[in-house]
Design a protein around this ligand. Sequence first.
Ligand SMILES: Cc1cc2nc3c(=O)[nH]c(=O)nc-3n(C[C@H](O)[C@H](O)[C@H](O)COP(=O)(O)OP(=O)(O)OC[C@H]3O[C@@H](n4cnc5c(N)ncnc54)[C@H](O)[C@@H]3O)c2cc1C
Length: 391
Amino acid sequence: MDRTQVAIIGAGPSGLLLSQLLYLNGIDNIVLERQSREHVAGRIRAGVLEQGTVELLLKAKSGGRMLSERLVHDGVSLAFAGRSVRVDLKALTGSSVSVYGQTEVTKDLIDARTAAGARLMFEAAEVAVAEFDSAHPKVRYRHNGRTHELSCDFIAGCDGYHGVCRQSIPQGALQTFERTYPFGWLGILADVPPASHELIYSNHARGFALCSMRSMTRSRYYVQCALDEKLEAWPDARFWDELRVRLPDEIAAAVITGPSIEKSIAPLRSFVVEPLRFGQLFLVGDAAHIVPPTGAKGLNLAAADVRVLYQALVEYYRTSRTDLLERYSQLALRRAWLAVRFSWWFTSIMHKFSDDPFNHRLQLAELDYLSGSTAALTSLAENYVGLPFEI
Ligand SMILES: Cc1cc2nc3c(=O)[nH]c(=O)nc-3n(C[C@H](O)[C@H](O)[C@H](O)COP(=O)(O)OP(=O)(O)OC[C@H]3O[C@@H](n4cnc5c(N)ncnc54)[C@H](O)[C@@H]3O)c2cc1C
């Protein structure tokens, strides 16, 4: 039977980052990933990094390319009622955010792990976690047609919302909290310059729209859509028309269109499970919580979990102390709920929930108030750039 100190299930950003930080601290680990390397590296997802995430990637010695290629954004704009208001993140909080795609974060981490000779197993099938309520958890999986068994001290469940780890915990041991939203986001990626050098979040009577980007030559745009919408019903021309209708005239005129290189529909959900630890199994990132992408928090929250867990494991292996491991769930959940609250609130004021004009007028009043109040804007800004996080 093979052995490691920490078995990490999932090679998304949380699994890869945890693996790299543990390795740099001399802690042996294996990452088991169900998908191929190409699939993992090609998934288009998040794109906005908080400063705390940037710092953690640098600590993981996986931030060199990010530092040279990221776009630093000192502000975002809120568009509503035909006008646009800039939220000066830097002036209000002293912090900025970095635009650097999750695909790039993942590629950098895979490269760093591969260069260090990591045991990073892609296409690991039928992963099963067992005996994690004992001191000697086991992980079984199939790889290259053979069945393997791994013995470890801890299992990190970094396997996303649909992963096996959370599902392996006895039902009665977990409490789940969930909100689904009655709409999704239809997103496209296109190799065209963005409409603005910063992100624009737009509230419109027809529904929400977001102008985002991955670089100054690659744009990411979204429009709110019905949950049962079909991609076939959205040729590029229809998408661009709908996007422009939902933006103030000046911004709509600045949208440069082009063929989409990716198009997808994502449902929106708030989800939290408690606690995040069961015996020697720890839930991390999307395996533990999901937030709607409006607040750009999903990836940052995954990184925040990793920050607590890797320090707790380092403390354990260096000093045999278990205090931080015992507090992992409490610390990670506190931050998760703050992000759930902010993402829910931001989603609530920016999206169309019904045809009731009263609701839309309330949203416009809230945005009007926000744009004229430094206190309200500061509250938005400090949540957007990431709240301080002391362990
Ligand atoms: C379509 C989409 C768009 C998003 N857009 C944004 C955005 O704009 N902004 C934002 O902040 N966040 C966004 N998010 C959220 C963000 O991408 C996630 O929060 C982030 O990926 C979490 O990282 P993770 O490593 O915890 O989970 P994941 O990235 O989900 O990684 C989990 C990994 O585990 C693997 N896995 C699953 N099951 C098993 C198994 N049984 N065995 C082995 N491996 C397994 C998966 O293949 C995957 O590689 C988006 C998410 C999605 C799905």
